[in-house]
Design a binder for this molecule. Structure first.
Ligand code: GLC
Ligand code: CA
Length: 540
């Protein structure tokens, strides 16, 4: 008996020690989550005030987008001081209080770290500008002479991810590299000083109590030797199948290994999650080898269109590639850089139906899942934001590619004018909220057992109870074309109908949860169009 208890304890410690392997992690886009001081912009105080909501939702951890000192040329991804909080979001004391409060609510906290580039207002870049060509201060960034008779042409043909050339020329004649906006100069990771500085930044936040880091552009820090031309003029998108000389270079893995050693030197299983837009799932798996990061967002899954065969393929390939290196898969459907999946899957009622089904599909898969704030409310992309509000650096250069529409503030209650996002009395939120969002608010949806929020809460509750699932793999069941069916262990099955028609198949158990109406009669289930069902199989 005693022995058994001990064995259970050991298993439990092992399970909680590896908490991230099947964790549900909620992405908080701080600017748009909740406004605690009434200036129309979300902040750390606002996040703190909503921790109860997140704990009740049933997630294990939160990932906070950057809240560091920044001129906000790229909404905080242009960091001027990595060890302080921007006044828009609060203070360092607020960050500490938020981390501690989150822990008291049973939530782990992951913060963003932005190592590929700094802000042009960072003291290092200011020093580099002042010091001039050939100085050690310029060695922290990537400065080069131009081509052409007077160096009037950029050093190579690289295009910025946001559009336009990746190089900007200074009055003294030199050019500097920025894979993103000109306000985001790329750091030189061949300089040991850069390594030392980032290790110190990681330590700063680990000492403050964070449980991990989301590593921005973690595939970009190292550039190919000699900065060779890409060889064509097309702009490089974040996701493509092409290997380019500035992304996914083998050298980045040495940095991840060093960071893993640092994370492992802290108690409590601190993790790293890589943002890596790479050409294939096999390349992605390199980021989660045993001595590298713990997770890497699966953008191949995110970009999969609503099609049963395509989903089955990407799920199989993901599990195989991450499994081959002993890592769990890391599923994600939306984030602050892409169109919300309700809209990608068709917008309106169709998109919402599919998004609800996708939630049950994703949350049933082995591994970890990220939930982007508002997806639990079924929020669509806002497509008709007034022009004067739009300042996303990507949209400025590429109007069809704006990221504002997925960053609209969260509706908390069905009250005008800003649905409980801000304090009463303020005029405007930083991006306006659609007048139709009252019924989508948290408060409205909590009252409705059929709401998308209720679906997520119930799914997360069941997922927690099914502790035996762990991150073990799935087994596909035969099912009609356009549908997916699989089991996880003996006690749990999932069916998904990705077609626009009802489909009948043998009921694989008893209904635990359904994204839409489900009819079971005589051992046969009729699945509604674009729907998913979770099944319990206690007799199996
Ligand atoms: C990442 C961020 C994105 C940002 C870019 C540059 O892709 O998620 O929001 O613009 O990096 O830092
Ligand atoms: Ca605020």
């Amino acid at each position: 008996m005693t022995e058994l208890v001990h064995a259970d304890r050991a298993a439990e410690t092992e399970a909680t020690g590896r908490w991230w392997r099947d964790a549900v992690i909620y992405q908080v886009y701080v600017r748009s989550f909740a406004d605690g001081n009434g200036d129309g912009i979300g902040d750390l105080l606002g996040v703190r005030s909503r921790l109860r909501y997140l704990a009740d939702l049933g997630v294990d951890a939160i990932w906070l987008n950057p809240f560091y000192t920044s001129p906000m040329a790229d909404f905080g991804y242009d960091v001027a001081d990595y060890r302080d909080v921007d006044p828009i979001f609060g203070s360092l004391a607020d960050a500490k209080a938020l981390i501690d409060d989150a822990h008291r609510h049973g939530l782990r906290v992951i913060v963003d770290v932005v190592p590929n580039h700094t802000s042009d207002q960072h003291v290092w870049f200011q020093e580099a500008l002042a010091a001039g060509p050939g100085t050690p201060a310029r060695e922290r960034y990537i400065f080069r002479e131009g081509k052409g008779a007077d160096g009037e042409l950029p050093p190579n043909d690289w295009e910025s991810v946001f559009g336009g050339p990746a190089w900007t020329r200074l009055p003294d004649g030199q050019w500097y590299l920025h894979l993103f906006a000109p306000e985001q100069p790329d750091l030189n990771w061949e300089n040991p000083e850069v390594h030392a500085e980032f290790e110190s930044i990681l330590r700063f936040w680990l000492d403050l109590g964070v449980d991990g880091f989301r590593i921005d552009v973690s595939h970009g820090m190292v550039k190919a030797e000699g900065l060779p031309d890409v060889g064509h003029a097309d702009q490089v998108k974040m996701i493509g199948t092409e290997v380019v000389p500035f992304f996914d270079q083998d050298g980045v893995h040495e940095i991840h290994r060093a960071w893993r050693r640092l994370l492992d030197s802290y108690p409590g299983m601190r993790i790293g999650v890589a943002e890596a837009w790479v050409p294939s799932l096999d390349r992605l798996a390199n980021y989660v080898r045993p001595d590298e990061m713990h997770q890497a967002f699966n953008f191949h899954f995110l970009t999969t269109p609503w099609d049963a065969a395509r989903f089955r393929k990407v799920i199989d390939e993901s599990l195989a590639s991450s499994g081959a290196v002993g890592a769990p898969a890391t599923w994600v459907l939306s984030n602050h850089d892409v169109k919300r999946h309700v809209t990608r899957y068709g917008h309106g009622e169709l998109g919402l139906r599919r998004a609800r089904a996708a939630a049950l599909l994703t949350l049933a898969l082995p591994g970890s899942t990220y939930v982007y704030q508002g997806e639990e409310l079924g929020l669509p992309e806002v497509l008709d934001l007034p022009e004067e509000y739009l300042t996303d650096p990507q949209r400025l250069r590429n109007p069809e590619d704006g990221r504002d529409g997925c960053r609209v503030p969260i509706p908390w209650a069905d009250v005008e004018p800003h649905f409980g996002f801000s304090l009463p009395g303020i005029e405007e939120t930083w991006l306006p909220m659609p007048a139709s969002w009252g019924p989508l608010s948290v408060e409205s949806q909590l009252r409705d057992p059929a709401s998308t929020l209720s679906l997520y809460r119930e799914a997360l509750r069941i997922r927690r109870d099914l502790t035996s699932l762990g991150d073990e793999s799935l087994t596909w069941l035969d099912s009609p074309a356009g549908t997916l069916a699989f089991t996880r262990g003996d006690g749990f099955a999932v069916t998904v109908n990705l077609t626009g028609e009802p489909v009948e198949l043998p009921a694989p158990g008893r209904v635990l949860l359904a994204s839409a109406g489900v009819e079971v009669a005589g051992g046969t289930v009729r699945l509604a169009p674009d729907s998913a069902v979770w099944w319990g199989r206690d007799d199996a």
